[in-house]
Design a binder for this molecule. Sequence first.
Ligand SMILES: [Zn+2]
Length: 322
Amino acid sequence: MHLSRRNFVASALAAPVLVRFASLPALAKSDMPSGQVTPIYRTKAGDAVVTAVSDGYLELDVSLLSNISPEDAAALLHQAFRGKPPVTTGVNAFVVQMADRTALIDTGAAGAFPETGRLVDRLTAAGISPETVDDVLLTHLHPDHVGGLAANGQPNFPNAIVHVHRKERDYWTSEENKAAAPDGAKGMFDLASAAMTAYGDRVKPFDGPGEVVPGIAARELFGHTPGHCGYQIGEGEDGLLVWGDIVHVAPIQFPRPDVGISFDSEPEKAIATRKALLDEVARNRTRIAGMHIAFPSLGHVVEGTGDQAYDFVPSAWQYDLG
Ligand SMILES: [Zn+2]
């Protein structure tokens, strides 16, 4: 209903609302809520309905960041009203429902980190059973993206085809690369390989940018990992670019895109890719979603003010998908 001054007065008179606050029972401390009701958020992108689902969150120590002192990092967090380090960063996944298929972009961390692994429960709460997922599109094969793909060697999405850039699949399933990696990183190779093995020949690596499934096109955004991709759904201002891990710590890397993170495979390339993409999406007014931006992570990048390179404008709550 469009409210004008005139009909607002009329409707207010027609339906007076009486609120008796005094009659509300007091909550015992043990009954106080400790978290959100299921974190799910829907939007449209082109003809698709995109559902953002939170898998949980990570607490990141600012010592993981490069090209910035802990003091400067703490100052940026303070400036953005984000408290003191460590910084909380989301782990998000996105369901894309189209007329002929349901796709899932990334699969969360499956409990590899303490406050993660909620994806399947929350998909189910959203009315999306894992059996109905036709395609899983992976931005890259780090544990917080591929962790929820399989459990104990069995696919969590038993009817899905898995799509991943060939460079990414080849990198993380290579025994030579695992042997050359530091001990602390070898587990990432094992986890990625196990997830790929669980799906066998239903893993369909793709080459180059372009349409991966009808309606979703891959963007090569290499640097964070060798085959890291984003996925574009729809076009223009109605579209959405799910950009994977272009940003890990929003209150720091939007103002300072030269700040990297220790998980970057190729740090300089990751920074160059981030800078180029931020410039592009700000110029083109492209709506973006990120795996590590505060839930539901949808919004626009704009040029920053002063010495801040960019800023992020979260999308307004969408009451109706229209
Ligand atoms: Zn990640």
